[in-house]
Ligand binder design. Structure first.
Ligand code: CP
Ligand code: NVA
Length: 306
């Protein structure tokens, strides 16, 4: 059977994704009840290639492998041959001879695709300039845990049409919810990704209007990793796009607020938004661990229903 990869949310069927969400919740409950006694990955290894910084992604994947009885290897271009020009496809072939799966955080999504095409073991996208699908597993898991099925509900994305926004669009397609995207002019998501989602995803430019009656509101930094030099210009261009408690007041009474983190208080969110009970970002961050355990189990062992 062909190796399964997880480069975007479109690599799994809606049914498989729904399974991962339920499985993540079950794995989380099992951990709470029994401790880390479920160890299906004895002697299995995950290679983790990081070309950008990370706190949550590194710690969640490394902890997932440890709690599952396996091992994770942190690899940086600074101290591997990747940083000295060894071709990506050669690295992919070599690592597949040794490890059971590979997780990559890099800049170009095309580089990730090149890697995956040469890899005989599963490859997981841990963030590229274009997508961050692992974050969406944790986000949909959090939304589902707290509010039940997300089908037909309304999420609102406020801010940059970036990698996270693209993955929210794919999530709206796969989990069948409505998504309003609200960005400043010139910061819209990619048109092809938007078009493929059909009319369940709409594009707006007025945040006050976009959040009305929303079931969920989410945002992200205005300048992503690799865009640090654009920070000042973006701060000016995103004026009026800060998510505040008053904006949440315009949404549904039981609205939730998510942010993939790290957050910049006083920029994309108000200084105090994360202290509001409607903000569930710590649970969201913790769910990276459980959702990715479900993903690893799926990719390494096939669908597990236990
Ligand atoms: N949300 C997220 O991916 O965080 P890190 O950059 O810390 O991994
Ligand atoms: N859009 C952000 C997400 C960080 C998890 C970035 O790419 O830097």
């Amino acid at each position: 059977m062909a190796t399964r990869h997880f480069l975007t949310l479109l690599d799994l069927s809606p049914d498989e994704l729904r399974h991962l969400i339920q499985r993540g919740i079950a794995i989380k409950n099992g951990l709470k009840t029994h401790g880390p006694t479920y160890t299906p990955f004895a002697n299995r290894t995950l290679a983790m290639i990081f070309e950008k910084s990370s706190t949550r992604t590194r710690v969640s994947f490394e902890t997932a492998m440890a709690q599952f009885g396996g091992h994770a290897l942190f690899l940086s271009p600074r101290d591997t041959q990747l940083g000295r020009g060894e071709p990506i496809a050669d690295t992919a072939r070599v690592l597949a001879e040794m490890v059971d799966a590979v997780m990559i955080r890099t800049f170009s999504h095309q580089s990730l695709e090149t890697y995956a095409a040469a890899s005989e073991v599963p490859v997981i996208n841990a963030l590229t300039d274009d997508y961050h699908p692992c974050q969406l597993l944790a986000d949909v898991m959090t939304w589902t845990e707290l509010r039940g099925s997300v089908r037909g509900r309304t999420a609102v994305w406020i801010g940059d049409g970036n990698n996270m926004c693209h993955s929210w669009i794919n999530a709206a397609r796969q989990f069948d919810f409505r998504l309003r995207i609200c960005c400043p002019e010139g910061y819209e998501p990619r048109q092809d990704i938007l078009d493929a989602a059909g009319d369940r995803v709409t594009l707006l430019h007025d945040p006050q209007q976009a959040v009305v009656d929303a079931d969920l509101i989410t945002t992200d930094v205005w300048a992503s990793m690799g865009q640090e030099e654009e920070q000042a210009r973006r701060e000016a261009d995103f004026a009026g796009f800060q998510v505040t408690e008053a904006m949440l007041d315009r949404a549904a009474d039981d609205v939730l607020f998510l942010h993939c983190l790290p957050a910049h208080r006083g920029e994309e969110i108000s200084e105090t938004l994360l202290d509001d009970p409607r903000a569930v970002v710590w649970q969201e961050a913790g769910n990276r661990l459980h959702a990715q355990k479900a993903l690893l189990e799926f990719l390494l062992l096939g669908r597990v229903d236990g």
